[in-house]
Write a protein that binds this ligand. Sequence first.
Ligand code: G1P
Length: 294
Amino acid sequence: MIYKKITKAILPVAGLGTRFLPATKAIPKEMLTVVDKPLIQYIVHEAAEAGITDIILVTHSSKNAIENHFDKHYELETELQLRGKEERLIPIQEITPEGVRIVSVRQPEALGLGHAILCAEPVIASDEPFAVLLPDVLMHHSKKGCLAQMVDFYEKVHTSVIALEAVPEDQVEKYGIAEINGADMRISSLVEKPKKEDAPSNLSVVGRYIFTPRLMQLLKVTKPGAGGEIQLTDAMDRLLDEEVMFGFEFKDGKSYDCGDKQGFLQANIEYALRDPKLGADFKEYLKSLDVDSI
Ligand code: G1P
């Protein structure tokens, strides 16, 4: 493959978020907040930090709030300006990172994650590599974002790179699981949501991917798999027959699976503790809690 820089990222946001009902009846799950920002904003900023200039939202008619969040709200901005509320205006103007364009395509039917990615095909050139970020997963970092670290790695290997993370064995049924061959983290096989006894390892696919253009072609011929859905993991497993694919372990950071209530609550507590304005007082409050009496 001829090497090309990664500038586009696909964010599948069409899912109905049933795990968070009733909260997500009228609000997209990607708009649930961690401290003071919706999940999707963290993801868009992680992509921008990695050099992404074009974000492609694969969305659904019920989820316009996501597009609205990244659009300019002229009346609100003018009002805040008139009232001299600069400190409230700046965070609004920083929602969409500088130099980033956000476009959307629709996924008309919930046919699976693989199908969602395929819906972005019209806006990705046939020879263009691309990133995928799943908005359920927050990646906190102290030095460099997860996708930015993956892009650095991709620029050395010029092939697909998939973020992996070890999970407890009783959790493998919730994730795509990778089998690794050798110390350089070459992936030898992938399986979506295997039973504990069938899992080739405990290395889970975390929700950050960099793909060569071939993946899109393979998605077109991928048949429904686990759960009757067109699975991204199945197309990736087929790609392994043709190309080398590397696993990537996120360093200097921590992931939060916010598609799950536990992970979402943990993210809120830990992001609040790290918040420069709220952190110190919030820590004192947590320390003062007699958790057994609540
Ligand atoms: C999706 C992917 C799975 C991956 C997971 C990460 O599953 O299909 O391979 O491990 O995201 O969160 P979902 O959570 O949509 O069921």
